[in-house]
Design a protein around this ligand. Structure first.
Ligand code: ZN
Length: 134
C-alpha cells in the first residue's frame, strides 16, 4: 500500500520528526510483517533516522553538515539558483529509508526517530511517500 503526506517547513534548514505520522500509516495498514519504505521525492531535502529526544542533536547534525558543506562556496550550480549546498546535503543524507515492520509496528529503536531533513526551506508541502510491503 502506498500513502503520501505533506510536511511544511519553516526554516532554511531544519529537521522535522515525522515518526508518529509514519507509525500511524503502518498501524492503519493491513501489514503485520514486512518492510516500510519512506521516500522523499525532493532534490534539496532528505530523510534520516536519528535521535530526536535531545533537540540538540538536530542542531549538532546541521552544524556538522554546514561545516563540511558550507552554505556558500564556489559552487557552479549557485549561478543558477543558489542552492548547490542543499543539493549536496540531500544527496549525502539520502532520500529514502527501509524500516522492518513486525506486529504492525516499525522496528525502530527507543531513541530513534524518522526525520525529514529540510535543506532549502522554508517550503510548503514537502512530500513524504510511505510504501508498505508485506
Ligand atoms: Zn538547484
Amino acid at each position: 500500500m502506498q500513502t503520501e503526506f505533506r510536511v511544511s517547513t519553516s526554516s532554511q534548514q531544519e529537521l522535522i520528526d515525522i515518526t508518529h505520522r509514519v507509525e500511524q500509516i503502518v498501524g492503519d495498514s493491513s501489514i503485520s510483517e514486512g518492510i516500510c519504505i519512506v521516500y522523499v521525492p525532493h532534490a534539496t531535502a532528505g530523510i534520516i533516522v536519528n535521535e530526536s529526544a535531545d533537540p540538540n542533536i538536530k542542531t549538532d547534525f546541521l552544524n556538522a553538515l554546514n561545516k563540511a558543506i558550507p552554505l556558500h562556496a564556489n559552487y557552479l550550480h549557485d549561478r543558477i539558483d543558489m542552492n548547490a549546498a542543499a543539493h549536496i546535503k540531500s544527496a549525502l543524507v539520502g532520500s529514502s529509508l527501509t524500516i522492518p515492520v513486525k506486529d504492525s509496528r516499525l522496528q525502530i529503536g527507543t531513541w530513534q526517530a524518522i526525520m525529514l531533513c529540510e535543506f532549502d526551506g522554508p517550503r510548503s508541502g514537502r512530500r513524504v511517500i510511505v510504501q508498505t510491503i508485506s
